[in-house]
Ligand binder design. Structure first.
Ligand code: GLA
Length: 411
């Protein structure tokens, strides 16, 4: 009798072992918008539709933003069969209709759930309903799932994310899985198998360099989040990204800070998920979010994160290897005073400390190769590496360059 039972279970066991994440959905860092940073729980279908409209009208879709992600609090109750329903007051037409609308604009729709019994906002979580929820998302036409980690006492993080990965695979609709457990269980060590991106930190907040203490957790400003990425770059790459959280561009910081924030996210090959109110964004915010050359640094096909090359007082110099032997360079002034920076290319030995490209570590070789320099935010060429770079960088600001090799072996 025992043998019969075991044999009968075998096909299911092997099927489960075969389940995989959907490969190839995030070969470059995902780009989109998410409701949480600006709207919290105050969301409804009218808002989401208008945001989709604005994504198109603002040029963001054409700049590469794809996902409209509904965060926490869209949920109603489960129906009598256990299937999750949207909040009927806020989403009276239902999520399927919303997905159809978003798809008709050439965009994709994301949704949010939680591995525990309840979401962080106290709505129904997916614990014990993973396969049903995945089926429901597939029926609705969902393309992206952010899966949070509140109320998960006694759950194993790799286990819980694996279950949702397998549930999505079983439901059959390709969905980007965004792991959101704040870096608590080192998702960079196991997240690649389960999903396409993983949060590395607690929540972001719209300040340059602060911690806001909420008691049992804190939210973090831009520089704090940047510093927490230390040591993680070797774990990220195409289809498996470190996620330093959704952006706060356009949410109240200065223009210099917003530009620096966007540049840092570009250099980190971070998912570019805008978190501002697209209905009322300023021209300057729109220009930052749609800057094609900066986006190209982020989306570069090598998929290698930048490394910090040098620190001089408040100034940090970062390099990111790009395809075709190009490089991006960021000079970040963290401090409150203007900083003069001089960089003598011939004396700098820029070698990627972690990533061997084609068997050899990416090496810039400024001593015997010459590069053209493009100042990305100024949208202009800035000479070559023949002579030293001398710039002054405003407080809380960056200079961002792309370096294109023009000659090798100059002596
Ligand atoms: C957590 C996540 C946030 C957001 C909220 C929603 O704090 O880290 O990004 O999704 O939950 O409640």
């Amino acid at each position: 009798m025992k043998t019969i039972v075991i044999l009968a279970l075998l096909p299911f066991v092997s099927l489960a072992a075969l389940a995989d994440k959907f490969e190839g959905l995030a070969l470059s860092p995902p780009m989109g918008w998410n409701s949480w940073n600006t709207f919290g729980c105050d969301i409804d279908e009218g808002l989401i539709k208008t945001i989709a409209d604005k994504m198109v009208a603002s040029g963001m879709r054409d700049a590469g933003y794809q996902y409209i992600n509904i965060d926490d609090c869209w949920h109603g109750e489960r129906d009598e069969n256990g299937f999750i329903q949207a909040d009927k007051t806020r989403f009276p037409s239902g999520i399927k209709a919303l997905a159809d609308y978003v798809h008709s604009k050439g965009l994709k729709l994301g949704i949010y759930s939680d591995a525990g019994n309840k979401t962080c906002g106290g709505r129904p979580g997916s614990n014990g309903h993973e396969y049903q929820d995945a089926i429901q998302y597939a029926r609705w036409g969902i393309d992206y799932l952010k899966y949070d980690w509140c109320n998960t006492e006694n759950l194993s993080a790799p286990g819980a994310y694996r279950t949702m990965r397998d549930a999505l695979a079983a439901a059959g609709r390709p969905v980007v899985l965004s792991i959101c457990e704040w870096g608590d269980n080192k998702p960079w060590l196991w997240g690649k198998e389960m999903g396409h991106l993983w949060r590395t930190t607690g929540d972001i907040i719209n300040c340059w360099d602060c911690e806001v203490d909420h008691g049992s957790w804190s939210s973090w400003g831009i520089l704090r989040i940047l510093d927490m990425q230390d040591g993680l770059r070797q774990y990220a790459g195409p289809d498996h990204w470190n996620d330093p959280d959704m952006m706060e561009v356009g949410n109240g910081m200065s223009e210099h800070e917003d530009r620096a924030h966007f540049s840092i996210w570009a250099m980190l090959a971070a998912p570019l998920i805008a978190g501002n109110d697209l209905r009322s964004m300023s021209k300057s915010t729109q220009k930052i979010l749609t800057h094609s050359e900066v986006i190209a640094v982020n989306q570069d096909a090598l998929g290698v994160q930048a490394f910090k090359y040098k620190t001089q007082n408040d100034v940090e110099i970062w390099f990111k290897p790009l395809q075709d032997k190009q490089w991006a360079m960021m000079i970040l002034n963290r401090g409150d005073k203007k900083a003069g920076v001089s960089f003598d290319w011939r004396n700098e030995n820029v070698v990627d400390p972690d990533f061997p490209g084609n068997g050899q570590f990416y090496t810039a070789g400024f001593a015997n190769s010459r590069y053209k320099i493009f100042d990305l935010w100024a949208n202009k060429s800035a000479g070559t590496t023949k002579s030293s770079l001398r710039v002054s960088v405003e407080p809380h600001a960056v200079k961002l360059y792309r370096l294109e090799k023009i000659t090798s072996e100059i002596h």
